[in-house]
Design a protein around this ligand. Structure first.
Ligand code: SIN
Length: 281
């Protein structure tokens, strides 16, 4: 048995931990990667401070956890399809990820995670909040858990991309809005089992989930709204204050997250790489 290579400092009761002892821009051995993966499974989102690495190093770090996921709605919109620069410019009215969401759940196999690196952060504002969906599931009553068993939710990207969503008029980070864009729709179980830990979690989110399979959207709305609100009760959350060089690595299966749109007159520039995930079971 060897000593741990990393130090783990939880930042809240529900989820989130800062990791010390890892230089993401350097060569990281397999045992340390295994410890980081274990910390991610345990804390759902992990943070690193004081890092400095370029886009290539960012991608090689991500590849230690899986293949890189290319976001279909940003494909061809930026310099490198494997990277999304999440940019907020002074005057932007909206930003990427300002509603509680899980990333890209309209696809059949949503990303397992994302690694977000802070290049330029505002002097105040622009925090990111995370919510633990294992806790959200566990807090439901036995009756509600029984009712959700076997229920599938419909996930679509029509609220966040395409000409009808109209996102580009109000923000610097542009998404596909061209006439050739087509909605992507898939269904996923409302209660999902985490493929690595075997723990159950609530898997619906405001950006992509539009209803339940076999029901109309109007019929779905009351229960869906309840579950969406329930999923980010304060006791399930943590809030991360960024500095230049900070990194957040979230497990996109077990957390929802939200970028707080309060950076006032300031720029905020982040670099994001997503990692391929599996079909929710
Ligand atoms: C995202 O939702 O991926 C962006 C989060 C952030 O900018 O804090």
């Amino acid at each position: 048995m060897r000593n741990s290579r990393i130090a783990i400092h939880p930042i809240a009761g529900a989820l989130g931990a800062e990791i010390e002892g890892v230089w993401i821009g350097g060569d990281i051995d397999d045992a340390t990667i295994a410890e980081i993966r274990q910390a991610l499974n345990e804390h759902c989102v992990i943070f690193f401070r004081g890092q400095e690495f370029d886009a290539e190093r960012h991608k090689s770090f991500a590849r230690r956890f899986g293949d890189i996921f290319v976001h279909p709605n940003y494909r061809g919109m930026q310099e490198d399809d494997e990277i999304v620069m999440v940019r907020r410019e002074p005057g932007d009215q909206h930003i990427v990820g300002e509603d509680w969401h899980t990333d890209t759940t309209m696809v059949a196999a949503p990303p397992m995670g994302a690694i977000l690196y802070a290049i330029e952060v505002p002097p105040y504002g622009g925090d990111t909040c995370f919510a633990n969906q294992h806790l959200a599931y566990e807090a439901l009553s036995a009756g509600m858990k029984r009712m959700l068993e076997g229920l599938r939710a419909v996930h679509s990207d029509r609220l966040v991309a395409g000409p009808q969503a109209g996102r580009n008029a109000y923000r610097a980070t542009k998404v596909r809005e061209d006439a050739g864009w087509r909605e992507t729709v898939n269904t996923h179980p409302v209660v999902r089992t985490h493929p690595e830990t075997g723990k159950k979690l609530l898997f619906v989110n405001a950006a992509y989930t539009v209803g339940f399979a076999g029901m109309t959207e109007a019929e779905s709305r009351p229960l869906l709204d309840y579950l969406l609100q329930h999923g980010h009760r304060p006791e399930f959350t943590c809030r991360f204050r960024w500095q230049n060089g900070s990194v957040a690595f979230w497990d996109n299966r077990s957390v929802k997250h939200l970028a707080v749109n309060d950076a006032g007159p300031y720029r905020r520039l982040m670099r994001r790489v997503q990692i391929v995930g599996d079909i929710p079971a």
